[in-house]
Design a protein around this ligand. Sequence first.
Ligand SMILES: CCc1cc(O)ccc1-c1ccc2c(C(=O)Nc3ccc(C)nc3)n[nH]c2c1
Length: 298
Amino acid sequence: AHSQHDQMLFEERYLRYICPLGKGNFGSVELCRYDPLGDNTGELVAVKKLQSNKQSNLEDFQKEVNTLRVLHCDYIVKYKGVCYSMGRLNMSLVMEYLPYGSLIGYLENNRHNINTRRMLLFASQICKGMEYLQSLRYVHRDLAARNILVASETLVKIADFGLTKVIPHNKEYYRVTHPGESPIFWYAPESITESRFSHKSDVWSFGVVLHEIFTYCDTSCNPKRLYMQEIGHNVLGTSISMHLASLLKANWRLPAPLNCPPKVYSLMRQCWAYDFDERPYFSTLGNQIETIIQDERE
Ligand SMILES: CCc1cc(O)ccc1-c1ccc2c(C(=O)Nc3ccc(C)nc3)n[nH]c2c1
C-alpha cells in the first residue's frame, strides 16, 4: 500500500514558477520548484495547469489524474500530486521533472554520441513501460517519441496519458467516439479506419517510435513527412487518412532508417503487420530487443 503522502497535495503558495517547459503535446507545462522552506532546497517538478476550467476539461483532467495515480513503474513518468488554486476552481497536475526533456530533442541534439546499443536500451525501456500499462489494461493511444521523456543518459520514461483509455473487461479493444486531433501517422490501420484501439494498436505505434529512434527523430525523415511524400502533398478529395489507410493496405511501410540494423527493421515490420493478431506482444518485443542488444555486445 502507498502512504497517504504519495497523493501529495501541493500548496499553491509554495509552488514557485521557474520557466515554461513547452507548449507542445502536454498542454502548457511549467517547471516549478516546490519550496515550502523558502530556501530553494525544494524539489523541481513539472506542472500542467488545467486549461480553462470548462466542466468537460475538468472531467478529462480528473480522468488523467485517476489514470496517473495508479501507475507505479520505473519506465513511466511519476505522478506526484495535484495543486488546487482559487479555492478548488483551478487544478494543476504535478509530475516528476525529467531534466533532459523529450526524446525528440535529446536524439536530435546528441545523435553523434548515441549508439545502437543505447537506442535499443531506450526501446526496451519503452517496451517494459508499455508491458506494465497493458497489465493494467491501459491503452496509451498516443505512443510517439514526443511523448517519451529522458530522465538520464540511460533512462527514458513514457509520458502524457491525456489520451489513455482503459479497455472494458469484456472487450479486447476501445472504440473512440470523438477522434479529435489524431496523430494518424502513428496509428494502426484499424485505428485510422474504425477508431479501434487495443494493445496491438499500441504495438503498431511502438514500431513507429522505433523508426523515430533509429532516425534520431530527424525531421527530414519523420513519419509524417515520409508518408506525405508517398501520398503526395497535393491530395484532394478523400481525406489524408483514407489515402494513408489504402497505402498501408497496399502494404507500403516506412523505409528502413539509414544504418538501421536489419534485425531492428524486422522488429518494426512485425509491429506493422496489417492484421493486429499477427503483431507481437510487448513481452516478445522486449525479449527480441534484449537478444539484439546481446548480439550488439559481442
Ligand atoms: C505535467 C505534464 C505531464 C502530464 C502527464 O500525464 C505525464 C507527463 C507530464 C510531463 C510533461 C513534461 C515533463 C517534463 C519536461 O518537459 N522536462 C524538460 C526538461 C528539459 C527540457 C529542455 N525540456 C523539458 N518533465 N517532466 C514532465 C512531465
